[in-house]
Design a protein around this ligand. Structure first.
Ligand SMILES: Cc1cc2nc3c(=O)[nH]c(=O)nc-3n(C[C@H](O)[C@H](O)[C@H](O)COP(=O)(O)O)c2cc1C
Length: 208
């Protein structure tokens, strides 16, 4: 067998599909949830600004509150929990992360200050702030789905929800933009088969 066929990461990636029907009444062990959230926070992000916040919706009452907000998609009520992945519109404030590197002696204070200046400058543009929030939080979302699958859970990413209602009902501060809901649980039925365009249609080598 080739390295590709034996590769665990590639297997997990190909096993992930958007599961809509879940076993109900299951609780996720806290260690599994923590492992999934840690994997999410290990995603790469521009300037390491970690443009994400994860709102875990898990109580029965909160699931019922979420159901109409997610246009009655049953997976938010039937899965173990749903993670609302939020993007940080003020991720420039997370540049405090560089203080760790300065304290550890890896980064000169003047370099940090120059970086922070560049970052704050870029984030004056609301389009940059919003694009960055959504782009980087989406990488964390993919980590959630892959980590969950590798631990034996299934997921469904959802853009089908009312972001304003979500923010209102779950007291999400204006700093955060809802990017995606991800239900996490154990599949009762497999995902509907979903094809992919052949690489010959999606890949351009060299230039167009
Ligand atoms: C950003 C995004 C939003 C999506 N929104 C929904 C949704 O609201 N409801 C749903 O059932 N599936 C949703 N999906 C799942 C897609 O339909 C699914 O990923 C796609 O058809 C490919 O199938 P697969 O993930 O099973 O391979 C969404 C996926 C993404 C990435």
């Amino acid at each position: 067998m080739s390295k590709v066929e034996l590769n665990e990461t590639l297997r997990v990636i190909s096993e992930r599909h958007a599961v809509k029907k879940y076993e109900t009444g299951l609780q996720m062990p806290e260690a599994d949830l923590q492992a999934i959230l840690k994997a999410a926070s290990e995603a790469p992000s521009a300037w390491n600004l970690q443009h994400w916040k994860f709102l875990v919706i898990e109580s029965e009452a909160d699931k019922q509150k979420l159901l109409p907000i997610a246009f009655n998609q049953a997976q938010v009520a039937e899965s173990c929990l749903t993670i609302a992945v939020l993007g940080d519109l003020e991720a420039n404030r997370n540049a405090v992360i560089y203080n760790q590197a300065v304290e550890a002696g890896f980064l000169k204070p003047e370099i940090r200050d120059a970086l922070v200046g560049q970052i704050n400058g870029a984030y004056q543009n609301p389009q940059v702030a919003r694009d960055s929030a959504i782009m980087n939080a989406s990488l964390a979302a993919q980590n959630i789905m892959l980590a969950a699958r590798s631990l034996g859970y299934d997921t469904c990413p959802m853009g089908g929800f009312n972001p304003d209602k979500l923010a209102q009902e779950f007291n999400i501060p204006g700093r955060y933009v809802p990017v995606m809901l991800i239900s996490v649980g154990k599949a009762k039925e497999p995902a509907r088969p979903s094809g992919r365009l052949p690489l010959s249609e999606t890949v351009v080598r060299g230039s167009f």
